[in-house]
Design a protein around this ligand. Structure first.
Ligand code: GLN
Length: 380
């Protein structure tokens, strides 16, 4: 394997999902729903395939999808973007992140990330030869340590790669925190790459896109996808939105990474994004109920559960159960209890920072969540 990838192992999500199958454990690890996406979206994909929409799509997205993304972004943020010039459709947000980094970051450029961070960030930054500067968000509230951020921003800082609502903690950046990040970026001429794939799964507060803050659109790449909002994580439809001077780099990287994204799925994605408000309200209501079952369940089992405002994840402190670290705890949980969680140490540059924390997902039907809680109550 090339040096740039030497330190990375099989992703934790792949590892944990295969252990789940091997041990017959209930999988509250990898974040994918065990229920299906809506028919009104799937039907459009089936029809598009039947209608012969099966050859390469336009590289940066089928026009219908670019328009639907622009309309949705306008509704969410009040910003008006040109669907033909400021949007690139990608194969999932993971590709959008990679295309953004490879298209805009030079080897040696410094990029700031907040730990715990989604695992692809470090691997992709490493592929681009970026220098990673890491700032840790700490329990109980995982709030932004602004003084530390200020001290780490320098002339060499090219970008901040952030995520709100935040995987794995469920933290949502507040308007105040986003304002502090924005001021720093404007003062120091720093870009923001903002991964907002869980934006529609916000429960305790409203999601705010940093691009909508004054002076920020021109220096922000906003990244999103279809998978979480429409329970279609296997479709891998994502996108990047940015002003023309930034989207050009993203588009160039995307052109040579994948060239284009699945054509029929893009037509269906366009239909999805035009869903009425009631769809989003229903989604939030369903997830709120699931969250309640898992959070109350975990508390009753004896975990210290940290508050999660968004995403379909919660992070807990496992130390009341006496295992030495998160990996050992997750192994015990799979083998002796029959439940899968994600050890969070893989989301830190310094793994020891995550040793007390594990992540559970509640994107599962209510019965599965109740069964998982039942097993933990009985066997932990
Ligand atoms: N984003 C999902 C998670 O955090 C899964 C991602 C993956 O499997 N690569 O669980």
């Amino acid at each position: 394997v090339a040096k740039r990838l030497e330190k990375f192992k099989t992703t934790i999500f792949t590892q944990m999902s295969s252990l789940a199958i091997e041990h017959g454990a209930i999988n509250l690890g990898q974040g994918f729903p065990n229920f299906d996406g809506p028919d009104f979206v799937k039907d459009v994909a089936i029809q598009a395939i039947k209608d012969g929409k099966n050859q390469y799509a336009r590289g940066f997205g089928v026009p219908d999808l670019n328009s639907a993304i622009a309309a949705r972004f306008h509704k969410d943020t009040g910003l008006t973007v040109d669907p033909e010039k400021e949007i690139t459709v990608t194969s999932g947000c993971t590709e959008a992140i990679a295309a953004t980094i490879l298209g805009l970051i030079n080897p040696g450029d410094e990029v700031i990330v907040f730990a715990p961070f989604y695992d692809s960030y470090e691997a992709t930054l490493s592929m681009a030869g970026a220098k990673i500067t890491c700032i840790t968000l700490r329990p109980p509230d995982f709030s932004l340590p602004i003084e530390e951020l200020k001290s780490k921003v320098s002339k060499n800082t090219r970008a901040i790669l952030m995520n709100t609502p935040h995987n794995p903690t469920g933290k949502m950046f507040t308007r105040e925190e986003l304002g502090q990040i924005a001021s720093l970026c404007i003062e120091n001429d720093v870009l923001v790459f903002s991964d907002e794939v869980y934006d529609k799964l916000s429960f305790e507060m409203d999601h705010i896109s940093i691009a909508s803050l004054p002076g920020m659109y021109e220096r922000t790449v906003t990244l999103n996808s279809l998978g979480k909002t429409f329970s279609l994580t296997g479709w891998k439809i994502g996108w990047a939105i940015a002003p023309t001077h930034l989207i050009w780099g993203v588009k160039q990287a995307h052109s040579y990474l994948t060239f284009a994204t699945s054509t029929p799925m893009q037509y269906a994605a366009a239909a999805a994004l035009r869903a009425p408000d009631s769809y989003y309200e229903e989604l939030r209501k369903d997830y709120k109920a699931k969250k309640e079952i898992l959070v109350e369940g975990l508390k009753s089992v004896g975990f210290n559960v940290y508050p999660s405002s968004g995403t379909y994840f919660v992070v807990v402190d496992h130390t009341p159960f006496g295992l030495p670290n998160d990996v050992a705890f997750c192994e015990y949980l799979i083998k002796e209890v029959g439940v899968v969680a994600i050890p969070t140490s893989v989301f830190y540059l310094d793994p020891s920072e995550g040793k007390n924390l594990v992540r559970f997902t509640f994107c599962k039907d209510e019965e599965t969540l109740r069964n998982a809680v039942g097993r933990m109550k009985e066997r932990l």
